[in-house]
Design a protein around this ligand. Structure first.
Ligand code: SF4
Length: 202
């Protein structure tokens, strides 16, 4: 049974969103959303996994994370935990009807951003999530330990920057009005999926 309070989640003062349009589902295939530290125990409870490292090993990957810019012009990455991938590509939590099987406890970047939000709002939300992750890394928290654990096991996610580039041809088709089911039959889709798979779909 789904806990209603999870469907009305609030993180950092933001309310969750819920959308399963084709453009949002496309992200589930190419760039599954990152978790914040609080997502770990929530997801473990939902999946009845007692040990957080077991959760990481069986369900997550270590991602190099997004590139963040400073006022000085310098850039750096914030390592993130993201859902593992299915063998056939896409988030391991995406079911065969293209629905999220963990909707109630979906990672922060899935549950608090969708393609219909304005860019500034997405940036504000993302900044809050990434701040929480950075704080965990600075204090060697459980999130940071899980990331290092997966990194040492070479359970690595594809580079999100490259995945976004691979997604572009399919995204263009969807924005032109083609349904996802049709886009999946196109060369743009198979090329992006093949290149993505060669990178690291496991
Ligand atoms: S966790 Fe759910 S919403 Fe997030 S990428 Fe996976 S299937 Fe999509």
């Amino acid at each position: 049974m789904i806990n209603n309070s999870l469907l009305q989640r609030i993180e950092f003062g933001f309310t969750r969103t819920a959308c399963s349009c084709d453009e949002d589902v496309l992200n589930c295939y190419f760039v599954p959303g990152y978790l914040i530290p609080d997502d770990l125990s929530r997801l473990a409870d939902h999946l009845s996994v007692e040990n957080i490292f077991d959760l990481a090993r069986d369900y997550l990957l270590a991602s190099p994370g997004p590139i963040v810019g400073l006022n000085t012009g310098e850039t750096f990455r914030i390592p993130t935990l993201v859902p593992a991938r299915r063998k056939e590509g896409g988030c391991r939590f995406l079911d065969h009807n293209d629905r999220c099987s963990i909707h109630a406890v979906a990672p922060f970047a899935c549950a608090f951003a969708d393609v219909h939000l304005l860019g500034e709002e997405v940036d504000r939300r993302s900044a809050s999530g990434l701040r929480a992750i950075m704080l965990d890394h600075r204090t060697n928290g459980i999130y940071s330990q899980c990331w290092m654990y997966l990194f040492q096991r070479q359970q690595l996610a594809p580079d999100v920057v490259q995945q976004r580039m691979l997604m572009q041809p399919a995204l263009t088709l969807i924005k032109s009005g083609l349904p996802l089911a049709v886009v999946k039959t196109t060369k743009a889709w198979s090329l992006g999926r093949i290149l993505g798979a060669n990178q690291s779909d496991q």
